[in-house]
Structures are given as structure tokens and as C-alpha cells.
Design a protein. Sequence first.
Length: 215
Amino acid sequence: MARKKTNWWLPGLLAIGSVGLIALLATGTDKGKAVTQKVKDMVSEHLNKNEFAKRYYPFAKDSEKNTGVPALVTLAQAALESGWGKSAPQFNFFGIKADRSWSGERQLLRTTEYLPKGVSFPEIISTEITTRKNSKGEPLYKYVIRDWFRAYTSPEGSFRDKGNFLRTNQRYKPAFNHTDPFKFATEVAKAGYATDPDYESKLHRLISDFQKILS
């Protein structure tokens, strides 16, 4: 019977604390550099996820209460869209664009889109054809662009607006037939919230991570 492989050393490393961990890693030899870097990356990711959940889950729960969007979906989208909070200019955690329906503040930001050829934006920096296709069989291009995005004065405003954005947009209506965060996220992805072809799988992975952290 095969034994399940586990990272038995990770709980011990986390128990050392940041100072002790740095000292331990500093004793590594050249031969162990690759393993050392992997440990650093795993510990950093673990700490980042826990800190992000602690800081922003209350805003996600508030949005769930007011809009019906599962908090875990909101938290996963915030982490994915903002790069764990590192890329949330003017508190735009969700990459929501400032279309004609938006009357608030806006900002021109650089982003990447995967769309068929022939679309227009305020500024196109580069285009590159990919091997992927959309549901119509059209080849997708990777666009690096600048476009207008919404701006907020606080994280709370961003999280609430994101929930209202899904609630009031008809194409996301099927998502609200589900309270299960995985099924809700699938419907949001299917409705085209993001042009990333792997958006659904990325959301599911983050939802699973946050379930473990918050349980």
C-alpha cells in the first residue's frame, strides 16, 4: 500500500518562528540551495495566505451579508485579482473596470486580457497570439493594455461594490442559484468575469486554501 507523501517538516519550521527560521536557512550549503529556496517560498506563501485571510475576511463576510456573494468566493477573487493585496491601486481589489455605468472615481491601469483579435482599448501596449481558443473556436490573443478601472477610498467600499456588481449584473444571475462557493465561482467564471482561461481552476484552488485556513 502506497504511503501518502506529506511535507512533515513544514509544521516544525513554522513553529520555529521567523527569526529562528532565517537562522536555520542561513546554515544551508550550496548543495541545498534549491531546497532552501523552496522552503522559503512555501513558508512565505503560507504566512501571506494567513495574513490576507485575517485582514480581509471580515470585509468578505460583510459583503456576503449585504449581497449574497459567498465570502470565500469574494476572498479568493480579491487574492487572485490583487496579487494578495500587492496590486490594489486605490483599493480596487477585484479588477472591476469603470464602464459607462460607473459614476465614481476611476484610474487608468495596465492589465492583461485574453480576447479575440480586433478589440479596442484606451491603449494597447502589445498583442501576442496564443494556442488557446474561446467557446466559439476563435483564437485568443494576449493583450497587454491600459484601461479604466474603478477607484475606492477603502477596502470595505471595494468589497461591497464587488458584491453589488455581481448581484446587479444579469449575466451573473445563475451564480446566485448556489450557496456552495465552488459552484458559485464556476458560474462567475463561465459568465466571463475574467478573460483568463484558467480563472475557474485558480479560484477553486484558492477557495480550498482559505477553507483550510479559516476552519
